[in-house]
Design a protein around this ligand. Sequence first.
Ligand code: UDP
Length: 474
Amino acid sequence: MSLLHTVEVPRRPVSLLEPVIGAERYAELTRTADRVRSAVAGRTIWNVNSTATGGGVAEMLQVLVGYVQDLGIPTGWLVITGDAGFFAITKRLHNQIHGRMDGGPLGAAEAGHYAQMLAADAVELAARVRPGDVVLLHDPQTAGLAAPLAQAGARVVWRCHIGVDWENDATRAAWEFLRPQLAAAEAYVFSRREYVPSWIPADKAWIIPPSIDPFSPKNQELDADTVQAILLKLGVLDGGAATAPARFVRRDGDVDVVRRPAGVVAEGRPGPADPVLVQVSRWDRLKDMAGVMQAFADHVAPGGEGYLMLIGPAVNDVSDDPEGAAVYGECLLQWRDLSAAARARILLVTLPLDDTDENAAMVNALQRHAAVIAQKSLAEGFGLTVAEGMWKGRPVIGSAVGGIIDQVANGTGILLPDPADLTAFGAAARMLLTEKDTAERMGRAARAHVREQYVGDIHLLRYARLLGTLIGED
Ligand code: UDP
């Protein structure tokens, strides 16, 4: 049995991007691709991570690897295997990088198991990767591959998709574990400058934030009738029959319709013209759905306009995510304790996860229907929901934490310096739900900012700069 799995990614025509990014940027992308192609000169650029589906990294690789293939640059995506013990260790590393010391620091036994598992993967990788090939290793699961791959002659880059902009014992423990594993990497990539640990030399640290794909089910254009049809299907809108099918295009290009309803806890629902404030998040305390609800109940519902929808994944399968179920349960109790007037304006919405593309289309329609997007996180790595909302031309009310700070540029929304300040959040929500011209102006700026910074071509150009330094002068 092979430990290594090759992900076959369908080629994605980069020409799709031209109408979105304009002729000039498109020309820069193809010019840069020409340069990279000649610098690469027969090598292959490999991505290595530990999952082909699920999660933001896999979602991004599906898109970017597809574009790079279309640009004629040899590239591949390999997924490593580990046993349950290995993934328990890497989950602890993940949490430690986020500052949570789950189960104490990792000791010699864990280091041994981690190394042993990756040594087996490395043997197979070394047979695939040729000397001179560039290998992009993603996240802590792959860090221990840096040394064996470098020994096999590969040029190794490690990309860390997570981080926090402070240190504590947990983050220090994680880096103490990872640092020796990563000594052989020639470059390190982080989503934000603030996430680069201090032991990484400045000239080896690269900043490449995530990107969104305008054509994925999560972000593809949906006209107003389709948005309304999806919301009616979900059961979050009052009145009216759908005037169009609840249609969306799957990642493989097939056209389908949203069929499943959402789980909706509500005593009132907005009409099609009522302004809605939306926060889409996992049911995680750090996303502070509870704070959004309280702020809306206390500062918007009395006298202000609009509705609030708190939207997250279905939590039926308690064993799958016990913390998510607990947080959702707390929100439900809190909602029941609200005044009847507040309850009538606040909906708790859970989206079925049975079909990833359908779930994404639901999120897309809800973000498009929103007048205002909230992301009131108490802590945040990047916060893709922010870019997703902004891409749909919506202003964002976000806490000034993590990647939300980078995304909510001047004039694109409202950044709240204190994430726990419910009065400030309530005032911002009340203002943007009422002042439609301001909300629309900010929404236009928001979309423009995402187009400038967070669409795939920008992501690829940032990688190209790194490659230029790594192999350009060989
Ligand atoms: N998301 C989703 N369905 C849900 C809730 C969230 O598809 O019911 C998506 C959301 O659209 C975003 C991702 O999950 O793409 C969450 O990423 P983000 O960076 O905002 O936060 P994370 O969950 O990684 O902390």
